[in-house]
Design a protein around this ligand. Structure first.
Ligand code: NAP
Length: 478
């Protein structure tokens, strides 16, 4: 069985042990064995990155652009193979996996272009005869910590801007999905980037993540994951005065108004709630529906859900792959029990599925007759479980949509320009969708939320420079 090592200072190095990487569609399928690093290896990776930073931070922008472009080209050329690996490892359908691989490739190519667009400002001083230049410089050595649900795209949207802006990287992927991380590191290692600029250390969050966050040689941490871990990382970073960026969970509302086109509304709710097995931070698990369309909406959703095919992520024609892990499946099923105990009506699905292959399969669950205060409507479930909340009118729908500790993405299905415009302005979310699913975003524009969903500057697009650079103001006597 192939063994995969950490990348430190340009060398592939074994950690203390190896863990098997299992396919959630077929537990008999071992994808490979991936090494588990430790705090000593984190220290070596940070040291390598600090040494490499001296030259990389002032390296030519053409060399950086060429390297990022090369990485993007290879990912795009291998998107079918990488998308299949992603589907096999994480459980998204193959089509979703290939789409994510293409997105990762495009992100590197976008940031290759950004290397050539690093601008500054020149202003006159308020004191005559003096000039003022405002420039952006790299932050330093950044620790990047990523979750399991987008194992190519999220690493790409942190690594690419970090490198484009002249930072050095120590990357710690989620322990559940080391395969995509290792494949990405392998591509980056052959891109012409000097040794030590990019380092990969695989292993547990409580070991590798914790060592990174607390290492004095790390200048900044960019984290995507759960709110609980994110809050603890923010505290540790505050203690050591590290710059920090957190992208965390969501409890995203999808509003459906009486005037919505029913078919459009049902399609986007099914996509928001259940595609990628509901395992997207931007997935919608609260479907907020006004009373005039509510009965028709429930009937149409139930009918549409009978057509959804759950199965092996690599099989053609599958709509929904397995849940990614045993613990996530247990969490999803426990929320189905919680919803029933709270008095919501389980209108469809919600049970574990036994298929030909032994995997973590679950029938997507829809609750009707739920109310906003129920735990299923307040806590992030992170699986194929959605509930419908009936409301009187647009005003109650908006208030219900905003009544959450989270604020990542929010959607509305309506044919009314008035309500669409009002919702875009008054939704307390970082991203708003009109007649589109809450999940599914572009790679060249900012991504992020409000409230407990995000902390610090936005990711992606030009806005990524806010986190990955620090501003310098220089005064020159003419
Ligand atoms: P998680 O459990 O918080 O883990 C995220 C990352 O943090 C993993 O690499 C994990 O390592 C690491 N980690 C765990 N404990 C740590 C510690 N003490 N110190 C430092 N790092 C530590 O989240 P997840 O289950 O992977 O992902 C699901 C969550 O991510 C959901 O809440 C989802 O909404 C959120 N998410 C948010 C966005 C967004 O952009 N807003 C996007 C995708 C996902 P190990 O896994 O190796 O233990």
């Amino acid at each position: 069985m192939t063994q995969h090592d950490n990348l430190i200072n340009g060398q592939w190095l074994a950690g203390n042990s190896y863990s098997p990487n299992l396919n959630p569609s077929n537990l008999a399928d071992v994808i490979g064995h991936y090494t588990q690093g430790d705090a000593v290896q984190v220290g070596e990776a940070v040291q390598a990155a600090r040494s490499a930073f001296v030259a990389w931070s002032v390296s030519g922008i053409q060399a950086r652009a060429d390297a990022l472009d090369k990485i993007g080209n290879e990912i795009l050329a291998r998107k079918e193979e990488l998308g299949s690996l992603l589907a096999r490892e994480e459980g998204k359908t193959r089509a979703e996996g290939v789409g994510e691989a293409a997105r990762a490739g495009n992100i590197f190519k976008f940031f290759a272009g950004e290397c050539l667009r690093l601008g500054g400002e020149t202003l006159p001083s308020v004191r005559p005869g003096i000039g003022v230049d405002i420039t952006r410089e790299p932050v330093g050595v950044v620790g990047l910590i990523t979750p399991w649900n987008f194992p190519l795209a999220i690493p790409a949207w942190k690594i690419a801007p970090a490198l484009a802006h002249g930072n050095c990287v120590v990357f710690k992927p989620a322990d559940l999905v080391p395969g995509c991380a290792w494949a990405l590191a392998d591509i980056i290692s052959r891109s012409g980037i000097p040794a030590g600029v990019f380092n990969l250390v695989m292993g547990r969050g409580s070991v590798i993540g914790d060592a990174l966050v607390n290492h004095p040689g790390i200048d900044a941490i960019s984290f995507t994951g759960s709110q609980g871990v994110g809050a603890r990382i923010a505290q540790a970073c505050a203690q050591s005065l590290k710059k920090v960026q957190l992208e965390m969970g969501g409890k995203n509302p999808q509003v459906v108004l009486d005037d919505a086109d029913l078919q459009t509304a049902v399609e986007l709710c099914v996509q928001s709630a259940f595609f990628s097995t509901g395992q997207r931070c931007t997935a919608s698990s609260r479907l907020i529906v006004t009373e005039g369309i509510y009965p028709k909406f429930i009937d149409a959703m139930k009918k549409r859900m009978t057509t959804l095919k759950v199965g092996d992520a690599l099989e053609a024609g599958i709509d929904i792959g397995p849940v990614s892990s045993q613990s996530q499946l247990e969490q999803d099923l426990s929320y189905v029990d919680i919803g029933k105990a709270e008095g919501a009506l389980l209108a469809a699905g919600g049970q574990r599925l036994k298929l030909a292959l032994d995997g973590f399969y679950m029938a997507p669950a829809l609750f009707s007759e739920s109310v906003a205060s129920m735990r299923i409507n307040r806590e992030e479930i992170f699986g194929p479980v959605a509930s419908v909340i009936q409301v009187r009118d647009y005003e109650e729908a908006l208030a219900t949509a905003n009544d959450t500790p989270f604020g990542l993405s929010a959607g509305i299905a309506t044919t009314s320009l008035k309500y669409a415009t009002h919702f875009k302005r008054h939704s307390q979310a970082g991203m708003v969708m009109v007649n589109l699913p809450t999940a599914g975003v572009d790679y060249h524009v900012p991504f992020g939320g409000r409230k407990a969903s995000s902390y610090g500057p936005r990711e992606q697009g030009r806005y990524a420079q806010e986190f990955f650079t620090t501003v310098k103001t220089a005064y020159t006597l003419a």
